[in-house]
Design a protein around this ligand. Structure first.
Ligand code: 13P
Length: 249
């Protein structure tokens, strides 16, 4: 049995005051939660204070991106090691907003995955556009993204990856995939991981669904056998909605 995971991705939202009031609502609730992982991908600016406020709680903090080098003349970038030093335990990699806006390629994402594995758990995001889905290319696109990101990893490294299937057309649109589409795509992701590594690895890797997940639709996803949890954007910004979703995972 794979453990259920819920990840909140705050994206570019929140002052320190917002973050502080969020944890004051969330943490008391988490004391009664067992057997599920609750992760928050926060802005870099909030990370070290969040790490202080969340210390001793079960919430795991992470970042939304890292650079692919350890240090050096890379103005404006943050390394995996720096993120870890500030309190991160995981990083999102290859989110569709980064692929689209910052032109991140599969090759670049691969380098980030390799770098992250030295000190953080990578959550690798994959997803097809509406055009790719409508033209029957979704499976092929996802296969290419997974192989591009994960090729060459050892079996042990591959087992530490969390994969997030986030169809681009469902992100921030209110147009979530049906639970059946999501489950079918998750099974496809597992078959690609099997092809790349082994059946054992494909059974161990956690795969999350993301894209317009809300308290009122999340149960349909987490009841699917191949879906191990959710990656939530907009609805994770409100701690009471996030708590409702933790409850149902
Ligand atoms: P929404 O939940 O706002 O659609 O965002 C999903 C997402 O991009 C999480 O990484």
């Amino acid at each position: 049995m794979r453990q259920k995971i819920i990840v909140g991705n705050w994206k570019m939202h929140g002052t320190l005051a917002d973050a502080h009031s969020y944890v004051k609502t969330l943490l008391p609730y988490l004391q009664s939660i067992e057997g599920k992982r609750v992760l928050l991908a926060v802005p870099f600016t909030a990370l070290s204070r969040m790490a202080e406020w969340c210390s001793g709680s079960s919430v795991e903090l992470g970042v939304q991106n890292i650079f692919d080098q350890e240090k050096g003349p890379f103005t404006g970038e943050i390394s995996a090691f720096m993120a870890q030093d500030a309190g991160a335990r995981f990083t999102l990699i290859g989110h569709s907003e980064r692929r689209k806006i910052f032109h991140e390629t599969d090759e670049w994402i691969h380098r980030k995955v390799v770098r992250a594995l030295s000190c953080l758990q990578p959550i690798v995001c994959v997803g097809e556009t509406l055009e790719e889905r409508d033209t029957g290319k979704a499976n092929e696109v996802i296969r290419k993204q997974i192989i591009g990101a994960l090729h060459g990893l050892s079996m042990q490294e591959a087992c530490r990856i969390i994969l997030a299937y986030e169809p681009v057309w469902a992100i921030g649109t209110g147009m979530n995939a049906t639970a059946e589409i999501a489950n079918a795509m998750h099974k496809h992701c597992r078959s690609v991981i099997w092809e790349l590594f082994s059946e054992e690895v494909s059974n161990k890797v956690h795969i999350l669904y993301g894209g317009s997940v809300k308290p009122d639709n999340m149960e349909s996803f987490v009841h699917q056998e191949s879906i191990d949890g959710v990656l939530v954007g907009g609805a994770s910004l409100d701690p009471s909605q996030f708590i409702q979703m933790i409850r149902h995972i």
